[in-house]
Design a protein around this ligand. Structure first.
Ligand SMILES: Nc1nc2c(c(=O)[nH]1)N[C@H]1C(S)=C(S)[C@@H](COP(=O)(O)O)O[C@H]1N2
Ligand SMILES: [Mo]
Length: 351
């Protein structure tokens, strides 16, 4: 009975679910760029919206379950059931991840499955809504009470989220040492022994150091080129590589400071961006001032970079997510504007 009184009206449940999914999508996508602790709130909102879904979904499913009997299945209802399954899957994989779950799907794992299921929800939801949508103007009774009930729900959700940490610690599960990004630790301070990851399909032949050189070009007074043995590491920086597929690894990176390379090349007054380009065509740009503080690493924890980690040279961009740490760099290019094509290049290079 108490539960009944605390339950928002069907309309409020539906709108609540919609709001939760919208927030989950927005914050889920935003985590791709969350590389510094001040963006931790994005992941918190993501988790909190997930908890809200955990609370609202059973109410919704109980309400509509009687419509699903084999004799009454229309195409639309089959789609709605599919949506329910995908939402439960996205939610289940997310919760499982938080509590340290793993899954071996060849090159992919639990986190990938979570992202894939999560991205399936919005298109299915759009179709579902188009067939089921009722205007919110009819029958909006109980508005004030709904607001109160919602306040209760959000409080309950926040409490659930708060106890998750202690529960994880008590279970001593792998989910206990998540970073604020949601990533779990792997191979920290252990040289080349951390995961090798390609964003999509980059998988080049090992680079022959004798054949390779680094060029520094674009909007500079003197374009320069460096052979492998001309790039001896003279700086060390400790930084965390945090991949959007759900792991992070902290290391001491040795290499050359990009600022030193730029000083030698002397950028002109219009220079604003620095692009790092891989032998595979994969490339990414950083604003000039940030690029100065980045490192092109030849070593990790004192070991020569292995091929999988970008030998002979990889970008170390502290505070940026892993996909921006370009591997197998052969070109540093200074420009006035950022190249928009790099957004495409990170998806299609290597295909
Ligand atoms: N050229 C190139 N650089 C790349 C990638 C890639 O696919 N191609 N993947 C990026 C991604 S998504 C991550 S998380 C890191 C992973 O670095 P690692 O393989 O050394 O762990 O490299 C980044 N640099
Ligand atoms: Mo990544």
């Amino acid at each position: 009975m108490a539960i009944r009184r605390l339950t928002p009206t069907p309309r409020a449940v539906d709108w609540g679910l919609f709001a939760a999914v919208a927030k989950l999508l927005g914050t889920g996508v935003a985590t791709i760029f969350a590389g510094t602790p001040d963006s931790a709130w994005i992941i918190d909102v993501h988790a909190l919206s997930g908890v809200l879904l955990v609370l609202l979904l059973p109410v919704k499913l109980r309400r509509v379950s009687h419509r699903v009997s084999p004799s009454r299945l229309t195409g639309i209802r089959v789609l709605s059931v599919g949506l329910a399954v995908v939402v439960l899957g996205a939610l289940g994989t997310g919760v499982w991840w938080i509590f340290g779950g793993t899954l071996d799907l060849g090159p992919w794992g639990l986190f990938h499955l979570h992202v894939a299921l999560g991205l399936l929800v919005p298109p299915l939801l759009v179709v579902h809504l188009r067939s089921r949508f009722h205007s919110p103007t009819q029958a909006t009774r109980g508005g004030r009470r709904d607001v109160l009930r919602y306040a209760g729900l959000v409080t309950a959700g926040a409490l659930l989220w708060r106890v998750q940490g202690p529960v994880n610690d008590a279970l001593d599960s792998a989910g206990a040492d998540r970073r604020y990004t949601g990533s779990r630790e792997d191979g920290t301070n252990n040289g080349n022994r951390f995961p090798v990851t390609s964003w999509v399909a980059d998988n080049p032949e090992p680079v022959d150091g004798a054949d390779w050189s680094l060029s520094v070009a674009g909007r500079v007074a003197s374009e320069t080129s460096y052979a492998t043995d001309e790039l001896s590491p003279d700086t060390t920086e400790s930084a965390i590589l945090d991949c959007t597929s759900g792991w992070y690894s902290g290391h001491e990176w040795q290499g050359v400071r990009v600022g030193d390379l730029l000083d030698a090349a002397d950028p002109d007054d219009a220079a604003a961006w620095v692009q790092f380009r891989s032998v595979t065509g994969y490339r990414w740009s950083l604003p000039l001032s940030e690029a100065r503080d980045a490192i092109l690493a030849t070593h990790v924890d004192g070991e020569r970079l292995a091929h999988g980690h970008g030998y002979p040279l990889r970008l170390v961009a502290p505070g940026r997510r892993g996909f921006q740490w370009v591997k197998w760099v052969e070109s540093v290019r200074v420009s006035k504007r950022r190249e928009l094509g790099e957004w495409l290049a990170i998806f299609v290079s290597g295909l």
